[in-house]
Design a protein around this ligand. Structure first.
Ligand code: ZN
Length: 285
């Protein structure tokens, strides 16, 4: 079991609320890069056990964290992957995973501010699977073997941009700066009693908006890994945003405003706290 963090751009392991610099614990500076640590995640279980003998870096609670996978080559998003969210969106359950990309420039840390891109920006709490091994055409039965672990994400979504055209395209409206905060930790799969059944929730400025269990996904994480890898070669650090449950703003007629705080949580992973701030100006054209 391990919990991998990004502290000031360096890999760190969390043990009992304390973080330890991974390269120092391992005596191997090449592990300082979180992308390298993810690609060598099989080694992190034993290194986590060695932390107790090393000098602690500090308390996790008081240390600003970066995204646990800071430079993914690919970030997949899955739309309409919970039946209750399909219903609130007026959509049928899709016959295959409805896949888009969040461009990797949107990735941010677990407490990043989110500059709002307009008047119709929405929240979507999601479990995020982090790939640990280069792979293609993975059998569903073996899919967990290529997952380094799980983290939590917000698939922040500008609905106006998403629905500018007919048919809509999801990717750009979900790719503004900091529209993909992830964290706080990349948690190894063996840390969970059942990695297919985690509670997740989202509060906006103190009001509970979303609350569900990941077992309600239409396409499970193993199914998503099998499907995506049947088309794309997956790389260590690649992210799969697995879809959001019901309770998004579009269905409520309420969108994010400057000063709102999005608090997202998941059982066994931890939380994100993202403050909405003034945006960067209108989208052109
Ligand atoms: Zn989403």
């Amino acid at each position: 079991m391990f919990r991998l963090l990004n502290v000031s751009g360096r890999s760190a392991l969390e043990v009992d609320g304390t973080w330890f610099d991974l390269a120092t614990v391992a005596g191997d500076e090449t592990l300082a890069d979180p992308m390298t640590a993810i690609a060598r995640s099989a080694e992190l279980h034993a290194l986590s056990d060695h932390c107790a003998g090393s000098a602690p870096g500090g308390d996790v609670d008081t240390t600003p964290l970066g995204p646990p996978s800071p430079r993914p080559r690919q970030v997949f998003g899955i739309g309409v992957n919970y039946a209750d969210h399909a219903a609130e969106s007026g959509l049928e359950a899709p016959p295959a995973p409805l896949t888009f990309t969040k461009f990797p420039s949107a990735v941010a840390g677990p407490t990043a501010d989110v500059p709002l891109s307009g008047e119709m920006v929405d929240w979507e709490v999601e479990i995020v699977a982090v790939i640990g091994s280069r792979c293609s055409r993975v059998d569903r039965d073996r899919a967990w073997d290529v997952v380094a672990g799980l983290t939590l994400g917000q698939d922040v979504s500008d609905r106006a941009v998403q629905f500018t055209n007919t048919p809509p395209q999801f990717s750009l409206g979900k790719s503004f700066p900091a529209y993909a905060p992830i964290g706080p930790a990349l948690v190894s799969v063996d840390s969970f009693d059942d990695p297919d059944d985690l509670a997740l929730w989202c509060d906006v400025s103190g009001e509970r908006m979303q609350s569900a269990r990941s077992s309600q996904m239409i396409f499970s994480i193993p199914t998503l890994v099998a499907y995506l890898s049947s088309i794309c070669t997956l790389e260590p650090g690649d992210l799969i945003f697995t879809g959001t449950p019901d309770g998004v703003g579009m269905a409520r007629g309420r969108f994010l405003a400057e000063g709102d705080v999005i608090e997202s949580g998941a059982e066994g992973i931890g939380g994100l706290t993202n403050r909405c701030v003034a945006g960067l100006g209108p989208v052109s054209p």
